[in-house]
Design a protein around this ligand. Structure first.
Ligand SMILES: [Zn+2]
Length: 110
């Protein structure tokens, strides 16, 4: 079963199977030490440029900024949810620390 992933409205939304599931302006806590000097980045998403699914996560390439120090840019591909049995599920993004897929350990088993 395939899942259609799309970025809509100039990067304001991630759509999954034609439903708007993730919007910008969410506040995320990121473990992204290369993004800024804060121990955890208080990241506000300002736009999505790309979406990818790697078999484990659905990740969006996101630009935005750290509201603590003001650093802005693209921390990487941020996992926002996953696909299980053909259905998209959101991660609990307001309560977990997200980590860009490029920098997290690859042998993490879960
Ligand atoms: Zn910061």
């Amino acid at each position: 079963m395939s899942v259609a992933l799309r970025i809509l409205d100039d990067g304001a939304w991630l759509s999954v199977n034609d439903q708007r599931r993730v919007s910008v302006s969410e506040l995320w806590r990121l473990h992204a030490p290369e993004f800024c000097d804060c121990s955890l980045v208080d990241f506000i998403a300002e736009g999505f440029t790309e979406v990818s699914a790697d078999g484990r996560d659905v990740a969006v390439t996101t630009y935005g900024k750290c509201i603590a120090c003001g650093e802005s840019g693209v921390p990487g591909k941020i996992p926002v949810g996953y696909i299980r049995e053909g259905e998209y599920r959101n991660y609990d993004r307001e309560h977990v620390v997200l980590e860009p897929v490029e920098t997290r350990p690859t042998t993490n088993q879960q």
